[in-house]
Design a binder for this molecule. Structure first.
Ligand code: TA6
Length: 296
């Protein structure tokens, strides 16, 4: 279903047989809503989010490309999140058993304006699929279409804002004992302790070379999000906490209590593509009752 959303912006709504749904704005190529079969929202979208160019939408799953955060000289998190994407007229083929899934294929290509700030030509294909159980899969295929023989390098993240009941009751499992870069300490490298991660103040970390599965346990709601990733070695964990929340115009003062960003990413070692080469990176998220995962 292709229709108009906030400010007349174009959006696509995916629906799955049991009633799960996802909403994707062409502005940013951004998922802004993902609901389970009971109609419960699983992603955080700020009540103060703006839907006005060139500001990105605060919440859902912004795409950070071709630069994560300020790891380079471009605008923070790159330009893909504030460009208007198109429906892909020539999507890549499906695998044999996936034709019944709700899915949309988007595409973004360099614009002449953009070439002035990042002198490269590319095709970025983004497939967003809502699986039969309500799982949300994002697959990115990025191709270097330079005709001048030049390679390009980029960093990337699926900047996923999960909705949680109370951040101080949330645990993240799968990142224990890993090295991370701490953005609050000049990107210095540290090693995480052995326990699951919990939250009592601002966190802004890039965990390096993580396992492909990370779990976010929302104790109060008895829900566990499982994030699986492929082609994206790192994982970002971010919560702005109270002071940074107040400093952001498009974020409510208390909203930090109800969100947590956990992001499949490639930050430390940029991806390098030669002309004609393609990279693929996937993030799959599912939401399940906690008892299924932890045996409680
Ligand atoms: O992914 C974490 C991060 O890079 C943080 O440093 C934080 O600033 C966040 O992204 C949001 O960035 P934004 O530009 O959307 O305000």
């Amino acid at each position: 279903e292709h229709c108009k959303g906030v400010n007349g912006l174009e959006k696509v709504v995916l629906r799955e047989v049991r009633g799960c749904s996802a909403e994707i704005y062409l502005y940013g190529g951004q998922v802004i809503s993902w609901k389970n079969e009971y109609g419960e929202e699983l992603l955080f979208l700020s009540s103060k989010a703006t839907f006005t160019h060139p500001k990105p939408i605060r919440g859902g799953i912004p795409i950070c490309f071709p630069q994560f955060a300020n790891h380079g000289s471009l605008e923070k998190h790159g330009f893909a999140r504030s460009r208007v994407w198109s429906i892909d007229p020539d999507p890549p083929p499906f695998s044999a058993n996936s034709s019944s899934q709700a899915c949309v294929d988007l595409i973004l290509k360099h614009s002449e304006e953009e070439v002035k700030i990042w002198p490269h030509r590319y095709e970025f294909r983004l497939r967003i699929t809502l699986g039969p159980g309500g799982d949300l899969m994002l697959t990115s295929r990025i191709r270097n279409t330079n005709t001048d023989g030049k390679s390009f390098a980029f960093t990337f993240a699926y900047h996923t804002y999960f909705a949680v009941s109370d951040i101080s009751e949330v645990r993240v499992e799968g990142l224990e004992t890993l090295d991370y870069l701490d953005n609050l300490k000049d990107k210095e490298r540290f090693t995480e302790q052995g326990d699951a991660i919990t939250f009592e103040s601002e966190v802004d970390k890039v965990y390096l070379s993580t396992p492909t599965k990370i779990a976010i346990l929302d104790h109060e709601r008895k829900r566990t999000f499982v994030l699986r990733k492929d082609g994206l070695p790192d994982a970002v964990v971010w919560n702005p906490w109270d002071k940074k929340a107040k400093a952001m115009a498009d974020f409510g003062d208390d909203e930090y209590k109800h969100m947590l960003c956990v992001e499949a990413a490639c930050v430390e070692k940029p991806i390098i593509l030669k002309p004609g080469e393609e990279w693929r990176g996937r993030q799959e998220i599912s939401a399940v009752p906690s008892s299924y995962c932890s045996g409680q």
